[in-house]
Design a protein around this ligand. Structure first.
Ligand SMILES: NC(=O)c1ccc[n+]([C@@H]2O[C@H](COP(=O)([O-])OP(=O)(O)OC[C@H]3O[C@@H](n4cnc5c(N)ncnc54)[C@H](OP(=O)(O)O)[C@@H]3O)[C@@H](O)[C@H]2O)c1
Length: 298
């Protein structure tokens, strides 16, 4: 990677891609005319304790965007990180994530594969144990999306959604239940669509719905070992994942749903995930936390 590219990535910090409706365009105000927090905070971590020193985090789907930012945040908190990526051709991006982890003075290891396949999930955990001797934190971040009316969803679309959003999340949680250290953390990345009924997202949101159940059941089953299980459910976030399904019109509509009238940014989501991984978040378990600028609550 070039020095310029590294400097750019470094400067990005926890931020991700910037899409059509960028936060800087949003100028939301209260009815009294007082500006509200339309601008995302591209800043230092919410907590800078290096409280994860000695811990090992596994982040799925971490080649870029949210997954990369979570990996970076955990490293900043002192954890070594297993960086999972899906398609072999994205190894260059995964290596950039690993570089950002190492830049924090922490160790990174790569693992690749379709997490709808149990052997790839097992290998991901094997990498954590072989390279770092343990696994403490799992972020189930990998996911796939389709936006189509129910009548138009193909068999292939459905299989792709179920493969990662349902089966993959289950397999990763099962492996974590077997192998995560006591006082570990499972953090699932869900979607705010689970709190609202938006048309054309049935296959995506439906296949993600298992995450809430895994969170509730997992918290009960694993709580005796001090392992917490939570879901973070973002609204629309300004990454290619979101934009790949949207037009400029639907993007503007989605942005205007938040109180700040902008899309969420990667940097809006990172502090919550980072916090849930910390020892001080021990009392939070079994929860799905909605993080969407106030457009959907439950
Ligand atoms: N962006 C949003 O608006 C938004 C909102 C709510 C929730 N989320 C959730 O946030 C998570 C991260 O999204 P993002 O926006 O950061 O987009 P992203 O970078 O595209 O993240 C999705 C990741 O999942 C990986 N993946 C897809 N299929 C997989 C499979 N079968 N096995 C293993 N990994 C697989 C992708 O790898 P490949 O690209 O190589 O396939 C990609 O790295 C997703 O779970 C998504 O549902 C996103």
């Amino acid at each position: 990677m070039s020095t310029n590219r590294r400097n750019f990535l470094s400067a990005l910090g926890a931020t991700g891609a910037v899409g059509a409706i960028s936060a800087s365009k949003a100028m939301a105000q209260t009815t009294q005319g007082t500006p509200i927090s339309a601008e995302p905070i591209f800043a230092t971590p919410s907590v800078d304790s290096r409280a994860l020193t000695g811990k090992v985090a596994i982040v799925t789907g971490a080649r870029a965007n949210l997954g990369r930012a979570f990996a970076q945040a955990f490293a900043r908190q002192g954890a070594d990180v297993v960086v999972h990526y899906h398609r072999a051709e994205t190894i260059g991006e995964a290596e950039e994530t690993a570089w950002l982890v190492r830049e924090q003075g922490k160790r990174a290891a790569l693992t690749q594969g379709d997490l709808g396949q149990a052997e790839n999930v097992k290998r991901m955990f094997d990498v954590a144990f072989n390279e770092f001797g343990r696994a403490d934190i799992l972020v189930n971040n990998a996911g796939a999306i389709v936006k189509k009316a129910i009548a138009d969803v193909t068999d292939e679309d459905l299989e792709r959604m179920i493969n990662i959003n349902t089966r993959g999340n289950f397999l990763c949680t099962r492996e974590a239940a077997r192998r995560l250290s006591d006082n570990g953390r499972i953090i699932n990345i869900a979607t705010s669509l689970l709190a609202g009924a938006a048309p054309n997202y049935a296959a995506y949101a439906g296949s993600k719905a298992i995450v809430e159940e895994l969170t509730r059941m997992g918290a009960r089953e694993l709580g005796g070992r001090g392992i917490t299980v939570n879901s973070v459910a973002p609204g629309p976030v300004d990454t290619p994942f979101f934009h790949s399904m949207e037009t400029p019109q639907t993007t503007e509509f989605a942005a205007n749903l938040s109180v700040a009238r902008r899309l969420g940014m990667v940097s809006d989501i990172v502090p919550l995930v980072e916090f849930l991984a910390l020892p001080s978040a021990q009392w939070i378990t079994g929860q799905t936390i909605w993080i969407n600028g106030g457009y959907l609550t439950r």
